[in-house]
Ligand binder design. Structure first.
Ligand code: COA
Length: 147
């Protein structure tokens, strides 16, 4: 088995494999979550908060984080089904946490979508706890590509 390393995302090298991994793991159905769009948006922000896990040249995991100057968010955490329960997901979260902490982040939030509540025990093991919140969202249609 190859040693797994965690490294910043490089569009020219990693893009195709990340799109394939996200399609396999998340199976997106909403246009605003199309992998290419998410990647392009993150590149435009250029905040250094997008990491991939590599086993040799194979991408086996991803994580993104976001920072607003106070709170941080973790999202797009995915590990290839063939590499789960090897500690890669935990390492990706810890990498995102380190990067957020270096930027002065005081609190990290994340969301688990309905139907995936079992993942809460993964995050609990990393120190996260369930908070009583109602999650709301609003789409900006003029920025979402049609078709
Ligand atoms: C959730 C996910 C990222 C975990 O990645 P991973 O590399 O398998 O996680 P780790 O090996 O670091 O797991 C560490 C511990 O978390 C717990 N854990 C991991 N996956 C779990 C799951 N699906 N359900 C419950 N507990 C889990 C276990 O206690 C595990 O320790 P163990 O293997 O010694 O029992 C991976 O299953 C995945 O990509 N799932 C699909 C996408 C997803 O749900 N992303 C999160 C959206 S919020």
């Amino acid at each position: 088995m190859n040693t797994v390393t965690i490294t910043p995302f490089l569009n020219a090298v990693h893009r195709g494999q990340v799109v394939a991994l996200w399609n396999a793991v998340f199976g997106y159905d909403a246009a605003h979550n199309a992998p290419g769009l998410v990647i392009d948006g993150k590149i435009a922000v250029d905040d250094g908060l997008f990491f991939v896990a590599l086993a040799g040249a194979e991408i086996v995991g991803t994580v993104m984080a976001g920072f607003d100057g106070h709170r941080g968010w973790i999202y797009s955490l995915a590990v290839s089904p063939s590499h789960r329960r090897e500690g890669i997901g935990s390492r990706l979260v810890m990498q995102a946490e380190r990067a957020l902490a270096e930027r002065g982040c005081m609190k990290i939030n994340l969301q688990i979508i309905e139907g995936k509540e079992r993942v809460a025990s993964f995050y609990s093991a990393l120190g996260y706890s369930i908070e009583k919140r109602v999650s709301m969202g609003k789409r900006i249609p003029e920025n979402i590509p049609v078709g």
